[in-house]
Every structure is written in C-alpha cells, then in structure tokens.
Design a protein. Structure first.
Length: 182
C-alpha cells in the first residue's frame, strides 16, 4: 500500500472508489452525486493543497485507488498536525489499509517533520472509527460537544485522539506488529 499526493489525474479513480454511500456516512459533507459535484470536491482539495493548508493524499493498494486521507491543521510552529478526511471504499475496510495509511502518515509526521503531536478526530457517534483509532494505539482525549456543523447543518460532537512524540516509539512498534500480521 502507498500514499501519494492528490493530483488531477486521480479524479476518475477516486470517483469510482467513492460511490458507496457507506463511505460518506461520517464525513463532514454530503456525498457528491454528480461528476460536476465531484470535480468541485477534488478542486477544493487541490486548492487547499496549493494554499498549503492541507495535504490531500490518495490511498493505493497496488495500482488501485481505494480511498483518500489528508494532513490537516498544519501547525509547524507548534510541531503539530492532524490526520483526517480519511475514507476508504468498503471493500478495503478491515484489510489493513487504514492501519497502514495511518502508520505511514504518523511516521512521516514524527520522523520526517519532527512533530510533537498528531491528532485525529471523528464523529463521537462513529463507533467503528473510534474503535479503529483506539486499536491504533492513540490516546482518547475527550468529546468536544457541538464541535462543528456537518452535512448541511447536522450537529457533530467530535471525539479527539492523539499520539505524542513520547508515545510514538510504542505506537510505531504496535502498528508494525499489526501490519506484520496482515
């Protein structure tokens, strides 16, 4: 599995990978239904990348695009970054793809950028994602009530998780062991 920066030529493969409505249940926006809406979604991600506010990545298994993830809340002055906007086609759920993507992102954040903190958030009601984050070895920090409005006005309480640089060696060892089992 690998991650690579989002480029315009990924648009079609990401469109195909994004068609299952289950993929969008917990994302912040309503699932794009038309090619025009999808092109706008991709363009917004590319604009954020160009502005340096986000780093959108494409998740690939072999040559197949299976989803996407991003670095968000880039705060180099604080040695902190968020990993989010992660989605995978349901065929890749429980395949280890999410574990490997998070491992690659955290390794880059801690070992290349020298981050002190990586944070991850999910809808507090998203039990599947919360279980996955806990299984990664992250630390649960609490629920931020009324954190944001999502999907055209729906309230979201967000569950916050993190890994700090002091925890990274232990988390890395745990993730490497999990990946060796796949």
């Amino acid at each position: 599995m690998r991650l690579e920066p989002l480029r315009p030529e990924h648009e079609e493969a990401l469109w195909l990978a994004s068609r299952d409505p289950r993929t969008w249940r917990w994302l912040n926006v309503v699932q794009p239904q038309t090619r025009e809406e999808w092109a706008k979604f991709i363009e917004q991600a590319l604009v954020a990348a160009e502005a340096g506010t986000e780093i959108p990545l494409v998740t690939l298994r072999g040559d197949d695009v299976v989803g996407s993830t991003r670095f968000l809340a880039l705060r180099p002055e604080h040695g902190s970054v968020e990993i989010g906007w992660t989605w995978l086609h349901p065929d890749s759920w429980n395949s280890g793809a999410n574990v490997e993507a998070k491992f690659l992102q955290m390794r880059h954040a801690f070992e290349t950028w020298g981050c002190r903190r990586v944070e991850l958030k999910t809808d507090a009601l998203n039990e599947r994602a919360r279980g996955a984050l806990e299984a990664l070895g992250t630390t649960f920090e609490g629920i931020h009530r009324n954190h944001m409005l999502v999907r055209d006005g729906e309230n979201r309480d967000s569950a916050w998780y993190s890994v700090t640089d002091e925890e990274w060696a232990t988390v890395r060892e745990h993730l490497e062991a999990r990946l060796a089992e796949k």
